[in-house]
Design a protein around this ligand. Sequence first.
Ligand code: SF4
Ligand code: SF4
Ligand code: SF4
Length: 180
Amino acid sequence: MQLLERVKNCNGCGACVVPCKHNAVKLFDRNSEEAMEHLPNHHAKQTAEAAEFEATGSYGSKEASGAKKVAILNEGACDKCNACVLYCPIFNPVDIPEFDEWYEYDPAFDERDMPKYYRETMRMARSGKHTEFVGTLCQIAALKSLNGDKIPQNLILKPLLCTKEKQEQEPCCRECEFYK
Ligand code: SF4
Ligand code: SF4
Ligand code: SF4
């Protein structure tokens, strides 16, 4: 069963990629052929909205185009261990800290290889070194989920602010659970 069928409003955080021993989960641009093929019915409205954004030029802007990804599972390689979905902070929510200080979001942050960044961050934090992680709230939730729902004291979180304007650009961001 596809992750998109179990995870409403996948935001492409990439947490589900990390625990898969078979490398069976990959992130694709939300408007890619692969994503469209697997987007289930409950995503149809979002997909239509994304197409509308693209048609009107908003979703297709440099800042937004292809910025958001979705997780697609290669069912042929999957042994149905469920680890991917259990570490998904949408499927299995984690509490995230309240922040007083915020950092400005830049589209360049979307180009990062997040699964690799989570792994490197956790490795460094576990070695006891001072470690900093810069990410949106969904990425912070992903990191916390992957780290057993814990944030060690030497891991400093620097949250990127998703403005209302940014949230409006992405269908899944409009349904964001991390901004109340
Ligand atoms: S962890 Fe959940 S929200 Fe994040 S990319 Fe995977 S399925 Fe989507
Ligand atoms: S269920 Fe297990 S094997 Fe299948 S994609 Fe998820 S983590 Fe990988
Ligand atoms: S609004 Fe920000 S925190 Fe929420 S899903 Fe979108 S990128 Fe993630």
